[in-house]
Write a protein that binds this ligand. Sequence first.
Ligand code: 5GP
Ligand code: MN
Length: 315
Amino acid sequence: MKISLDETAGLLEKAQKIIITAHINPDGDAVGSSLGLGAFLMSKGKEVRIYIDDKLPRNLSFLPGYDLIKRLDDERFDADLAVILDTDMGRIGAVSDLIIGKKTLNIDHHISNDGKADYVYIEKRAATAEMVFEIIDYVKAKIPLSVALPLYTGLATDTGFFKFSNTRSYTMMAAARLIDCGVKPNEVSEALEQKPLSVVEGEIEALKTLTMAANGRIAGIFLDYELSSKIESTEGFIDLIRVIEGVDVAVMIKGISPNVCRASIRSKGFDVSKIAMKFGGGGHIRAAGCTLNMPLEEAKKMLLDSLVSALEENK
Ligand code: 5GP
Ligand code: MN
């Protein structure tokens, strides 16, 4: 059932024992909105557990509460509310078993959200962190740094540091308010920009696979399992080719096992969420992704063919 901001704030207010989770393959917004909401609810005296069933990006370890996030738990926790952030319930891994039978509240900014949670608060916003900020602001709570820092990080990462088209004046206003709570933008960007040498070496290898299609309107990089398993994080790799002059759609496919691939797609306006949804994924108009259960070469051919014909139709 779709609910409003007021109803969302009401549900959070009423709950005492709360599970928070977000999507696998977590990014700054998944982790940031989880930690921000978690720290806020804890500051209200509530008992909170945060689970994300995946490895967390190491460059987010500067966030307060990072070490509190667990993958799963053997211990029983009788939560009266499970909050799913930055995804629908389809992408939370084994946490879905943990929340069986619990009341679910889904807060998300993805237009492709399946709406299956008991209560769904979806808005087309820059980031889930922006929605969490709005909820906290709505109840007129004071925002400690432990809440502000992760929320700012979620806003910054999902907007490419306030560069992408999802950046609205409200996004900047929220960021400004979080800076007033003590966030230092340079400290966040410095922490996030750091990367190990092995990642830069991975970028070099990835760029060697650059493939252009549709007369230069599509650029792709393709990392086989052997290469991608050597690289700690491929976050930002797609931005290396998104900037090529004349490119409308950028795609990166990486093998996450010999027969399973993850695809990331970016565009400058062409709706790539439709393509991702065709393959069981989803996302936004300009940023989408999907998982393809096939070897890399097959995935590459299928996705490139599909993108080329979609661009043809859209001329
Ligand atoms: P990324 O390329 O960074 O993994 O994902 C880009 C966007 O598409 C993100 O907003 C992400 O939530 C969404 N997305 C990526 N993969 C999937 C997927 O398998 N399913 C759905 N529903 N959304 C996805
Ligand atoms: Mn997000």
